[in-house]
Design a protein around this ligand. Structure first.
Ligand SMILES: Cc1cc2nc3c(=O)[nH]c(=O)nc-3n(C[C@H](O)[C@H](O)[C@H](O)COP(=O)(O)OP(=O)(O)OC[C@H]3O[C@@H](n4cnc5c(N)ncnc54)[C@H](O)[C@@H]3O)c2cc1C
Length: 307
């Protein structure tokens, strides 16, 4: 196992923010993932796993522990399921499905990150969510030191949530559903999603994607629902887009240090000019306070902040 020291975390996140981690291991198979965890546990060192680093904001003070970069990339088709490793990038899996004429992951066209990150946060877009593909998930429970297999039901998926957000298990692999589809139709849907992202998201700047979760309509008053009635969308249940709320607050384009609320998509905080974690957090706090004060909405961040 190759343990690196003092590695800059900004290199491993799409936000391009984050100082040095004391230790860093790249694990490209299951055994190496488990060994890395054990290495940290044996020494009483805290550890944190990253996949694509597309949903994390690392601190300006660095990380005094071990960052495990999950680089285990594998996908195999069985008769009834696809076996995929947690480090497989979603882009790789979308291509694997397309090549085999499998339908089921079209919604993920253009979604950054790995399968592990997607399962943990039940990633979703264009009306689809990763949970719809899950048959079972294999994970390592760091408290009991046991590898566990969970059925879909036991993963307790919810909006941008799953049991893995709360139990700190390390997701190892999953069995995914698929349906046989028409390759051309599948490709066309994926491409349309990629084009939509390029058109409406500020992909020219580093970011962690949508910073805040959309707001479930069931959580807001009738008055607020009426105010945003024209923009309510299915995600896949009725939500008020956080972007619409931030826009209505007049915060589009706001700059703190090197971070900015994107003009193109106000739910993106972009790293416009060498932003620090503190810059992004100041913007986040400002947005949250304004949303609460003006609309009584408790807007919640989706990005995992690791300080
Ligand atoms: C341009 C852009 C667009 C985006 N669009 C969307 C979108 O449409 N929908 C959406 O839902 N998200 C979106 N995101 C956010 C992000 O891509 C997803 O949340 C993605 O699933 C995160 O995966 P990751 O591998 O990058 O996770 P990371 O950022 O590496 O990690 C995120 C969290 O998951 C944990 N984690 C990662 N791997 C594992 C594992 N194997 N086991 C346990 N925990 C793990 C980490 O510890 C961390 O807490 C977007 C991001 C960007 C930059």
């Amino acid at each position: 196992m190759r343990i690196l020291k003092n590695i800059l975390l900004k290199k491993y996140t799409t936000f391009k923010i984050g100082c040095k981690t004391r230790y860093f291991i790249q694990a490209d198979n299951k055994n190496k993932l488990l060994e890395a965890i054990q290495w940290a546990k044996d020494r009483g060192i805290k550890f944190f796993i990253i996949g694509g680093g597309s949903n994390v904001l690392f601190s300006d003070n660095g990380f005094d522990g071990l960052i495990i970069k999950n680089s285990w990339v594998e996908a195999r088709k069985g008769k009834e399921a696809v076996f995929a490793s947690s480090g497989a990038p979603m882009d790789f899996l979308v291509k694997f499905y397309t090549k085999n004429g499998f339908s089921g992951l079209e919604w993920a066209g253009g979604l950054p990150g790995t399968l592990g990150g997607a399962i943990r946060g039940d990633a979703g877009a264009f009306g689809g969510e990763i949970r719809e593909s899950i048959i079972s998930v294999e994970s390592f429970n760091t408290n009991s030191n046991r590898v566990m297999m969970r059925s879909y039901k036991d993963c307790r998926f919810d909006y941008r949530d799953s049991i893995f957000k709360n139990n700190n298990d390390i997701i190892l692999s999953a069995e995914l559903k698929f349906k046989i589809g028409d390759k051309k139709v599948i490709k066309d849907i994926i491409n349309s999603h990629i084009i939509y992202r390029k058109t409406y998201q500020p992909l020219e700047y580093p970011s962690a994607g949508s910073f805040f979760k959309n707001i479930p309509v069931r959580d807001v008053s009738a008055k607020i629902k009426n105010k945003f009635i024209a923009v309510i969308k299915s995600d896949p249940f009725p939500v008020i887009p956080a972007a619409a709320v931030i826009d209505a607050l007049g915060l589009k384009g706001l700059i703190v240090g090197g971070a900015q609320v994107s003009e193109k998509h106000p739910n993106f905080i972009i790293n416009k000019n060498n932003a620090s974690c503190a810059d992004a957090i100041k913007l986040m706090d400002l947005i949250k306070k304004s949303a609460l004060k003006k609309f009584g909405i408790e807007i919640q961040e989706d990005v995992q902040i690791k300080c």
